[in-house]
Design a protein around this ligand. Structure first.
Ligand SMILES: [Zn+2]
Ligand SMILES: [Zn+2]
Length: 252
C-alpha cells in the first residue's frame, strides 16, 4: 500500500509540478499558446487556502485527489488478488484485452460528463464543486484539486472494473488516465513549446472554456457528449451567446 501511495503522489508531483514549474515557475514560454491572457494568480488571495492558488491546489490535489485514488487503487488491487474481481488474461481473450483500453477511455468520458453535470446542480455546486471552480485561470495543479466528495465522484469511474472483467493493467490505465488527464487539461496552455518547436501537445481548450463559462463543456474532447446534449462551446462568440442565454433561462 505504501508503494501505491508513494508512486501516485510522486507521479502527480512530477507531472503537475513539472508542468507548473515550466509554465508558471520559470515562465518557460510566457503567453505563447496560453489560453487566458490574464496572469495566473501568483499574488496573495484570501479565496485560496494558505492565501495562494498554487499552494491551495497542491493541498487539495495531494490530500484529497491523489489520496482517494490511492485508496481506490489499493482496494481494487486487493480485490484482484483475492479473486473478488473477474479477471481477464491476454492469452485467453487477446482481442477483448486490447479493446478494453479504448472502451475504458470512452466509459471515463461518459462517467465524467454525468458526474460533472450532477456537480453543477446548484446545491451540490455551492458546497462541493465550487472548490474546484475557484480556479478560473487554471494551472496543472488545479486538475486534481477538488472537494473530497467530488474526488470520490470523479474517481469512481475506476470502479467499472467491479462490473467488467479486466486485468489489473486496465485498472492502472484508468488510474494514470485520470491523473495525467487532469493535470494536462488544466495546464492553461495548448502545448509545451521549447527550443522553437512544439514539444508536447496538451490540448485543453475544451475544459478551459468550461472554467471560463461554467454552463458548457461538461465532458471532455474525447467524446461529443456536449454536442449531443446541447452544452457544447467551441470558443466562438455565437457559442458564448448561446451559453449565456441558456444560463439566463435556467435562472428564470
Ligand atoms: Zn465544473
Ligand atoms: Zn476543471
Amino acid at each position: 500500500m505504501g508503494w501505491v501511495f508513494i508512486c501516485n503522489w510522486l507521479l502527480l508531483l512530477i507531472v503537475a509540478g513539472g508542468l507548473h514549474h515550466w509554465f508558471y515557475g520559470v515562465d518557460g514560454q510566457g503567453k505563447l499558446l496560453k489560453y487566458d491572457p490574464r496572469p495566473y494568480f501568483k499574488r496573495k488571495n484570501a479565496l485560496f487556502k494558505f492565501g495562494y492558488q498554487a499552494w491551495d491546489n497542491v493541498y487539495y490535489s495531494m490530500i484529497f485527489g491523489a489520496t482517494f485514488l490511492c485508496v481506490l487503487e489499493c482496494f481494487l488491487r486487493w480485490s484482484y488478488a483475492g479473486g473478488l474481481i473477474n479477471s481477464l488474461s491476454f492469452s485467453a481473450h487477446p482481442v477483448w484485452f486490447i479493446a478494453l483500453f479504448p472502451v475504458f477511455a470512452l466509459w471515463q468520458s461518459f462517467h465524467f460528463y454525468v458526474v460533472h453535470l450532477a456537480l453543477h446542480q446548484p446545491a451540490i455546486y455551492k458546497h462541493v464543486h465550487a472548490v474546484h471552480h475557484r480556479n478560473v485561470n487554471t494551472g496543472p495543479w488545479s486538475g486534481m484539486s477538488m472537494h473530497p466528495i467530488e474526488a470520490f465522484g470523479y474517481l469512481s469511474a475506476i470502479l467499472i472494473v467491479l462490473v467488467l472483467p479486466s486485468h489489473p493493467v486496465h485498472m492502472l490505465f484508468l488510474v494514470y488516465w485520470l491523473i495525467l488527464g487532469a493535470a494536462s487539461s488544466h495546464s492553461g496552455y495548448e502545448a509545451i513549446w521549447a527550443r522553437d518547436r512544439l514539444a508536447l501537445l496538451l490540448g485543453a481548450f475544451f475544459h478551459q472554456l468550461h472554467h471560463r463559462y461554467y454552463k458548457c463543456n461538461y465532458g471532455n474532447a474525447e467524446m461529443p457528449w456536449d454536442k449531443w446534449f446541447g452544452t457544447y462551446h467551441d470558443g466562438s462568440q455565437d457559442a458564448t451567446k448561446h451559453t449565456r442565454d441558456r444560463k439566463r433561462e435556467m435562472l428564470r
